[in-house]
Design a protein. Structure first.
Length: 297
């Protein structure tokens, strides 16, 4: 396992619990110590990591998408041998995944992409794994996926050729954007209706059981409202990690209307603008055509 951040470390721990031999590499010494404390082994360099693995080697990457993944694959590939496999479990763009797979195939190294969902709860609940790659290679790796998934026959599967796993995860995250935005807007409407003094945590708890909008995201929403009903201390800033943008771009390329996903993406952009020129200009236009008041900063 390369990349022992929180998610990578949790995945390594779940594999260890399942009886797998896990060797971890991370530039941070504390992260390497952490996996050793959980019963795994660690390596201080990529060279040392590969030397400790038995052929055919399987190396799982849990590193940030883009340049970091490129650099890791570029450094790792010359150390591996024909028949070895690299699994990218991060949120890489599927086109980058296809490009990397083609590059390492020249060395007869297999490349598998695993779109991975589950977040910090994956250690306990298991991970949803959307896997792309050669069918025979994925089948050989079945014990790994069965251990990481919620159950051996649930929550994971090969969805197609290399790149398809990250493609499915990309769309998964786009849908996630829309679901989160809908919950946030709905609870905001409830809060704004001061006449009823609604207890948002109570409403969320009611909806969790039997309603058509129940979901794990609603469970997490109820938990958040229970801990902090007024959301005091939380800045109205919502980051976007990239997959929502990629999903919107793919929808445009394919000519697929994606109203909710794109709208929720733009809402996140709006939250990130501390000094919105757009909103200032809107206020100025309303003042020009209707004499509406302008609030000073």
């Amino acid at each position: 396992m390369i990349g022992l951040g929180r998610m990578g470390a949790n995945m390594a721990q779940r594999l260890l619990r399942g009886g797998h031999r896990v060797i971890g590499f991370d530039p941070a010494e504390a992260a390497r110590t952490g996996i050793e404390e959980k019963g795994g082994q660690s390596a201080a360099t990529l060279v040392a990591l590969v030397a400790k693995l038995k052929a055919p080697r399987t190396v799982w990457l849990m590193v940030p998408s883009g340049a970091v993944t490129d650099g890791t694959v570029t450094a790792l590939a010359p150390l591996l041998a024909p028949g070895d496999t690299i699994i990218d479990g991060g949120n890489s763009n599927y086109r980058d995944t296809q490009r990397r797979a083609k590059a390492v195939a020249q060395r007869q190294i297999h490349y598998v992409d695993s779109g991975t969902s589950g977040g910090v709860w994956g250690l306990k609940e298991g991970y949803s794994l959307m896997i792309g790659g050669d069918e025979a290679v994925v089948e050989r790796l079945r014990p790994i996926f069965e251990t990481l998934a919620p159950a051996p026959d649930q929550g994971w599967g090969r969805v197609g050729a290399v790149g398809s796993g990250h493609y499915a995860k990309m769309v998964h995250n786009g849908i996630e954007y829309g679901l989160m935005q809908a919950y946030a807007e709905g609870f905001s409407i409830l809060k704004r209706k001061s006449e009823f003094e609604l207890d948002l945590h109570q409403v969320a708890q009611i909806w969790r059981f039997g309603s058509v909008v129940r979901s794990w995201l609603l469970d997490l929403t109820a938990d958040a409202l229970g801990k902090n009903p007024t959301l005091k201390g939380i800045a109205p800033f919502v980051a976007d990690s990239g997959e929502g943008r990629w999903t919107a771009a793919e929808a445009i390329e394919l000519g697929v209307p994606a109203y909710v996903i794109t709208s929720s993406l733009f809402a996140r952009f709006g939250s990130q603008d501390d000094d919105s020129f757009t909103d200032k200009l809107l206020a100025a236009m309303r003042n020009e055509f209707g004499g509406h008041a302008i609030k000073s900063e």
